[in-house]
Design a protein around this ligand. Sequence first.
Ligand code: PBG
Length: 327
Amino acid sequence: MSPHACRGSEKASFVLSTAPTPPVSLTIATRESRLAMWQAEHVQALLQAQGHSVALLGMTTQGDQILDRSLSKVGGKGLFVKELEVALEEGRANLAVHSLKDVPMDLPEGFDLACVMTREDPRDAWVSSKYAHLNDLPQGAVVGTSSLRRTVLLRALRPDLKIEPLRGNLDTRLRKLDEGQYDGIVLAAAGLKRLGLGERIRHIFETTEMLPAAGQGALGIEVRSNRADVAQALAPLADAATWLTVTAERAVSRAMGGSCSMPLAAHATLTDGVLRLQAAWGDPSGAPVLLRADAKQALDAADPASRDAANLLGESVAVQLRAQGAH
Ligand SMILES: NCc1[nH]cc(CCC(=O)O)c1CC(=O)O
């Protein structure tokens, strides 16, 4: 399905009140990787602190089962979220907690992103036992990543490196590094920090060196569109500033056709009331092209209308990329 087929943008679909909600019974659908479980338990604890009673429903998704190929080659969208949506549809669960980076830009009809939470470190991390920094690597060293975005950005920093595929959950990827298959690997800092593996990080790339993926480090909670009561219970967990930044990032990705077979980075910050968005595009065919664009706008995160402006800002950055030849 084309990313444009559903809705043009993510709008605030629920009108949420700030009054405390009565306690409800909720079930969270979650993948069973250690990181997914950490994230689900994190949301469970926050909702329990609001007085709700919260169970977990663990499940395996298509994305978890594909370990031999890069996801960009598999080509589907939302490989990590489909089964969770089925559980929501069938009423076996009321909410699904996702790494926002893995959530398609347009959710299927009947589902909404009801909540975006405070972002962990959005940056990429360098992990290696031998080399403290990318610059220390010898010519032709082997770096592990299956991300097209990381591959393109690594090539721009060090054209000589050999980039080899690396799949699996975080523990698997670290084990493959420790077995000596790579001189170093690149992972999201957020996942490592959440799992208490922050000491494995040798260097955190500045966003000027390696621009993060849209939504990286943020958690999103998906619900059925007809469950305003569930959305209402989630309202206290939302972070308006993070929501605004990821809205702009996701709008770039959506406007560019957002799939994991396109090397695309989009990263926004909100500082002193200014939303600043940067994006980078690499040629899906592997040609050594790296286009960059950025835009900024003064916006108030507390005003729900700002999210529409963030969507437009994202679309304007995509227009700039296309004007330079991105497709
Ligand atoms: N693509 C896999 C993925 N999805 C979310 C995270 C963890 C970081 C996050 O929450 O963005 C990771 C691991 C990684 O990219 O290293």
